[in-house]
Design a binder for this molecule. Structure first.
Ligand SMILES: [Zn+2]
Length: 362
């Protein structure tokens, strides 16, 4: 037992010490990005080295993931027109687990200093499958020292959920609870995409998924959640009581671990739509500055200008934030949430994953 304990201590020091120290110096950057896709719906994208150049001195740290879904190219449906986006084709999407290996290998190709700027996320699981938790465990075991969270994964997402081959996902599925329980045991951040309502909902009717989403959060009070896009979609506009839904979650002492990301140009579009909408959004963020994170939701951007689009789109909104709120939303909340997750996941790995070298020697 003794050498194993010593190994754990040595690994913990090696993994936690320098990484944490390095991870804290993001003062010179404009923002940390809590939501970024290196690859697209056909698993193509930019190299992580090119992305580092694009981040440049603008983005400090980035939560890094691919996309867990692959758009099938069905010759029967699309003949020689290979679709590159889910709206380009009637052929289905399917879960593509290899994305996790792709992200892990990209991360591992970097130097330690470069790695410190990324928080890779596991996404390649089917959230309707009771075995999804086992996939997450397998990824952590195969690539220890790499991942900080899971997601972005989607349960109800306009135009996407219905296209995925197999059973449609549900917030009330025990498979989802099982995988979140496991993520919580490990300490992984859970970045979940779920629209607050269905497309083309009847006016005046309660948003379809608000209550189910809150119930999910309640079932997992110790999980660090980030609700992507505050539940808004391309056509799922912020519902009338969106502010009330958000405030109810924020003010619930059992839901202190629920955060919201304001990523995606569609969300920015709603927030800065009018001076009044900008003012309303800034008021709620100024009131609860610890609960919102900036993210871009860019997918494999070809250059820095494209990558900074959402950040620049928010210009009128940034101007209305207090200096404290602006700093927290752009940088500090990311550091707090992801640093804590890194620490927890590394210590879970130290206790649960046999070191490679020793298993090879045995
Ligand atoms: Zn996204």
């Amino acid at each position: 037992m003794k050498p194993r304990i010593l190994q754990i201590v040595v690994i913990s020091i090696a993994l936690l010490g320098p990484t944490t120290a390095r991870a804290q110096k993001t003062d010179d950057y404009l923002f940390n990005d809590s939501h970024f896709h290196l690859t697209n719906y056909i698993q193509e994208g930019i190299s992580i080295r090119d992305f580092l150049k694009i981040m440049g001195n603008k983005a400090g740290r980035v939560a890094l993931f691919g996309i867990p879904l692959q758009q099938q190219w069905s010759y029967r449906v699309d003949e020689n027109r290979g679709p590159t986006y889910y709206l380009n084709s009637d052929a289905p999407l399917y879960y593509y687990s290899f994305t996790d290996a792709w992200i892990a290998m990209s991360y591992k190709s970097l130097s330690k200093d470069e790695q410190a700027r990324f928080d890779p996320m596991i996404t390649g699981f089917n959230p309707t499958d009771m075995y999804a938790a086992d996939h997450i465990r397998r990824v952590l075991t195969t690539f220890p020292g790499v991942f900080t969270g899971i997601g972005e994964f989607s349960i109800h997402k306009e135009f996407v959920s219905a296209k995925i081959a197999g059973e449609v996902a549900s917030l009330q599925d025990q498979a989802l609870d099982r995988l979140i329980d496991f993520a919580t045991e490990v300490g992984l951040v859970v970045l979940i995409h779920n629209d607050v309502d269905v497309p083309f909902a009847k006016p005046g009717v309660e948003p379809a998924y608000a209550a189910q989403m809150k119930a999910l959060f309640k079932r997992h009070p110790n999980t660090t959640f980030i609700w992507a896009h505050i539940g808004v979609g391309r056509i799922i506009r912020p519902v009338k009581d969106q502010v009330a839904i958000v405030e109810e979650i924020i003010n619930d002492p059992q839901l202190r671990n629920v955060h919201f990301d304001i990523s995606w140009d569609e969300v920015a579009k709603y927030i800065v739509a009018t001076p009044e909408s900008t003012k309303n959004a800034a008021a709620i963020v100024n009131k609860y500055p610890d609960r919102f994170l900036f993210g871009t939701d860019e997918v494999a951007p070809p250059n820095q200008e494209k990558y900074l689009k959402v950040y620049n789109q928010y210009e009128p909104f940034w101007k209305l934030l207090t200096p404290e709120a602006s700093e927290k939303v752009r940088k500090r909340n990311y550091e707090r949430v992801f640093d804590e997750a890194r620490r927890k996941v590394r210590s879970w790995e130290a206790a649960n994953v046999a070191p490679r070298a020793s298993s090879m020697a045995n």
